[in-house]
Write a protein that binds this ligand. Structure first.
Ligand SMILES: Cc1ncc(C[n+]2csc(CCOP(=O)(O)OP(=O)(O)O)c2C)c(N)n1
Ligand code: SF4
Length: 275
């Protein structure tokens, strides 16, 4: 049984944090910091890169190296860091807007490149920080501040996108399952290549309020009832799957990561040059 709290990675005097009560971002951050502690990560070897948004504020609280970047571009900065210094643990925290709406192209190519990063995406189905606007993951028909009569578009499945783009590791959890979330984050951090942990997360202030789930409890119930362990989910008919989503580890494979392939090519090129 672990007693990790992750508190040693938090700056002094920064609590209480800025997130609304009932927001899932703090649960994700706590799970990530406990995972760091259990893996014995040193602050100096760890870089947390964030984009812009409520999720993007996470780096404000951390004593690890931290880089607050621009909206949609966190993965591009993180790619540069990892390509330059493969020894660093590089973790990228983004919202659904950051990662797959404005940042969709960077997301696809980071996964395709299979660069050894861990991306943790808070998917609260809307743009939290700017007032609950529609995002690329807002489910079809859902209400947001910019789709007051229902969203005419379909939402992205971020995990499916990461899988087809080439990520080595893909998992999904919710703050309702905090222990499992920490375990999945640990597994993702240990995995070489591009890892994604998507966290379906309550934004009671906007998405919940706009979709008759004003209380955090109602959003958590929604996750609890609809989230099924992946083996159970895959046994459902296509019709039944529409009312559920899979949680747990969805993809785990061992394609060579970017830095390994780059190093092989570099060594071969140097050898040819020396001939
Ligand atoms: C290039 C650019 N476009 C738009 C914005 C305004 N903006 C700031 S945060 C944000 C949305 C954040 O939503 P998301 O990434 O889902 O994160 P959340 O706040 O929900 O955690 C937007 C549109 C910006 N800062 N930069
Ligand atoms: S607006 Fe939503 S995402 Fe942002 S802190 Fe509040 S609950 Fe969390």
């Amino acid at each position: 049984m672990s007693h990790a709290t992750g508190i040693k990675y938090l700056k002094d005097g920064v609590l209480p944090h800025m997130w609304c009560s009932g927001c899932g971002i703090g649960v994700m951050l706590g799970a990530m910091l406990r995972a760091f502690e259990e893996l014995d990560y040193r602050k100096a070897d760890t870089v947390v890169v964030t984009g812009i948004g409520c999720t993007g504020k996470s780096d404000d609280y951390l004593l690890t190296n931290a880089l607050h970047t621009t909206h949609g571009r966190a993965l591009a900065f993180a790619t540069g860091i990892k390509a330059f210094n493969p020894k660093l643990h590089v973790v990228v925290l983004m919202g659904d807007g950051d990662s797959v709406t404005i940042g969709g192209n960077h997301f696809i190519h980071a996964a395709r490149r299979n660069i050894d990063l861990t991306a943790i995406v808070i998917n609260n189905f809307n743009y939290g920080m700017t007032g609950g606007q529609v995002s690329g993951t807002t489910p079809g028909g859902s209400f947001t501040s910019t789709t007051a009569w229902g969203n005419p578009e379909r939402g992205f499945d971020i995990c499916a996108l990461a899988e087809v783009a080439g990520a080595n590791y893909v998992a999904r959890e919710t703050p309702y399952h905090g222990w499992e979330l920490k375990e999945l984050i640990k597994e993702a951090l240990n995995k070489k290549g591009f890892s994604l942990v998507e966290v379906f997360s309550p934004c009671p202030t906007h998405f919940g309020k706009n979709n008759e789930m004003k209380e955090t409890r109602e959003m958590l119930d929604w996750f609890k009832e609809r989230g099924l362990p992946v083996k159970r989910y895959r046994k459902l008919s296509a019709e039944e799957q529409k009312n559920h989503f899979a949680i747990g580890k969805l993809v785990d494979r061992d394609a060579p990561d970017f830095n390994t392939r780059y190093e092989e090519i570099r060594v071969r090129a140097m050898a040819q040059k020396a001939e």
